[in-house]
Design a protein around this ligand. Structure first.
Ligand SMILES: Cc1cc2nc3c(=O)[nH]c(=O)nc-3n(C[C@H](O)[C@H](O)[C@H](O)COP(=O)(O)O)c2cc1C
Length: 374
């Protein structure tokens, strides 16, 4: 087994990535990547998407550590919040290192939206985000998520109720319409703006598309030209070059990344580097991947008091950290047997330690089979 200490020495080969340094006299450094999203300022235009079952506090922290400008909770139930459901409260909890942090929730009527907003406000996030994009049948049958794209007036009243209920910004995440026959992203975004939302995130797909096909980035540009609030573009952003292309093509204010960040928080530093320097930075070495995966696991253990539960929750993340690397298929079957954090760490050290410690690009197809939400 490769020892951690010995392995650490080989990190000398990694190419230094320089995050923003503060000046000796403590004057604030002007950050060319900072963006204003309504009342909040984010230090990178690349933000982590809400991902049910994934973006718990550990994934949000690791994403922030590597440069995500903003993070969101998994989608919570407005009704759950309103009923002071213990699970909802626990899912909303966060570590201050995650800030800026927005809690995402869905609501099906204005009263529920306002009551939930007040209760979620007590958790002390930087803002709230309303979901009008969820395509899942259970939510749609409940008239939530993307179902509200079919009732723009109700959608606007829900947003307005949440905005009026709290003294923190309320943003919205939406799809571009129910289906291709009813593309109404511009109409919905204008209604959202009129209802007082701080910004709107556009996932450039319809509900009917779920996650199929390519996202239609031109729909993000259409919304950006139609409203005055900031617009975050989302859908199929897989690497730093995609971020640049989406920003250039649509003029959107920021870019949201979901599947591209699973097991690869490095995407955020790659974006930062490309936008600052106009060229790509070096891919992470196996040692850097190990370092990130171990940190992710330790934050998972912080969150779940039961180490066995933390291990089970971490397994799916672990598979994404090793995806596409030489020998990952064999590792995968061993990983699924791991029962406690110590075993996970030992196996990870063996696996990553067996690889040459040189930068390894993420294979282009690594995202093709990323888990989808439908
Ligand atoms: C596993 C998974 C869970 C998701 N959960 C949520 C969610 O809770 N709230 C939400 O607004 N979108 C959710 N989405 C959609 C993503 O936020 C994002 O809009 C979508 O994945 C497109 O971005 P991407 O191509 O960068 O992944 C989820 C997507 C996936 C794959």
């Amino acid at each position: 087994m490769v020892l951690y200490g010995a392995y650490r020495d080989s990190s000398k080969t990694k190419v230094a990535y320089q995050p923003l340094q503060s000046l000796e006299n403590n004057e604030p450094v002007e950050n060319p990547l900072a963006r204003k999203l309504g009342p909040i300022t984010i230090d990178s235009p690349a933000v982590l998407a809400p991902l049910a079952g994934w973006t718990d506090t550990a994934m949000r922290r690791i994403s922030r550590k590597y440069g995500a400008g903003l993070v969101f909770s998994e989608m919570l139930s407005g009704e759950g919040a309103r009923r002071k459901n213990e699970k909802t409260r626990k899912m909303a909890a966060f570590d201050s290192a995650e800030r800026p942090y927005f809690i995402q929730y869905f609501a099906t009527n204005p009263e529920q939206a306002a009551d939930a907003a007040k209760l979620l406000r007590d958790v002390n996030p930087d803002g709230l985000d309303l979901n009008f994009g969820c395509p899942v049948k259970k939510i749609i049958l409940n008239q939530g998520g993307a179902a509200l794209l079919k009732d723009v007036s109700l959608l606007a009243r829900i947003v307005e109720a949440a905005v009026k209920a709290v003294d923190i910004p309320v943003s919205v995440k939406m799809r571009s319409g129910w289906d291709h026959r009813s593309l109404n992203a511009v109409e919905v975004a204008r209604a959202i703006e009129g209802a007082g939302a701080a910004w709107v995130t556009v996932h450039a797909r319809t509900r009917s598309e779920f996650f199929q096909g390519r996202a239609h980035w031109e729909w993000i540009g259409e919304v950006k030209s139609a409203v005055n609030i900031p617009v975050i573009g989302n859908g199929d952003v897989r690497n730093a070059e995609d971020v640049k292309r989406l920003l250039d093509m649509t003029g959107c204010d920021a870019v949201m990344i979901g599947r591209g960040a699973m097991g690869y928080p490095f995407i955020f530093r790659e974006i930062d580097y490309l936008l600052r320097h106009g060229e790509a930075c070096t891919a992470p070495t196996p040692y850097e991947r190990l370092e990130a995966a171990e940190q992710h696991l330790l934050w998972m253990v912080d969150y779940f008091p039961d180490p066995h539960r933390a291990t089970l929750e971490f397994r799916k993340h672990l598979l994404t950290y090793v995806k596409g690397l030489h020998g990952c298929a064999k590792f995968k079957s061993r990983a699924m047997q791991l029962m406690n954090p110590e075993e996970v760490i030992a196996e990870m050290r063996v696996f990553f330690g067996s690889l040459p410690n040189i930068p390894i690009e993420r294979p282009h197809d690594a995202l093709e089979s990323a888990p989808v939400w439908c």
